[in-house]
Write a new protein. Sequence first.
Length: 257
Amino acid sequence: MLGAGLAHAATPEAYDPWPGLVQDIFKSRPIHDGSGVIAIEMPYRAEDAAIVPVTLRSKLAPDDGRRMLSITIVIDQNPAPMAARFELGPDANVMEISTRVRVNNYTDVHAVAELSDGQLYVAKTYVKASGGCSAPAARNADEARGRLGQMRYRQFKRPGAAGGAREAQIMIGHPNNSGLQMDQITQLYIPAFFVNELRLWQDDSLLLAIEGGISLSEDPNIRFTYASNGAKRFRAEAKDTGGHTFRNEWKIDDPGM
């Protein structure tokens, strides 16, 4: 019994990467409890570690004088922990963002919001998933090349939404290779190749500017709410690590929808 007790006492605690990530990603800035500022929603146990849904939601009250400037998703145990950073357009009133990410190990996932008061606020959740960054691509190489840079835009009706909120979705055909996936034929690792920048506008007013990494899933998919400014066009521009730039725009038939 004594020996068992000593062995238990000598077992090191699980390593927590979060303090080091605060230093590396946020330059050791103070980060406050964000329970009244930002919410993050993910499944506790993911069905597919390569496409784990995540939703970010502002909890700021309508009469709060502060504005959310950006939200950063950090998947603590991933090889490249910063999954995405969303810069919110100054007049877009983006209140909710959903996307899909890869999760490589059981991990905490943090959402860090920067507000117009100059402070950072954090919320976190825990996800049980493994192998998402090394999972084989869902599409073969030829199909992925054929879809490269193809964009689709959808707009959704939100009857009775507070403040006239709109909801839209942008989808980009791209393998978003993580650099950790193996070619099943050559048995060689496929080089990292992913969308690292995406910008969205209604007419010339910025809605979202997104910095992405290897943790965003194949065929990046961003769904978000925003306030319409009566624009007639929705525009998108994406760039990837291979030096490609993809652009598209769509007519908004009923901007007041």
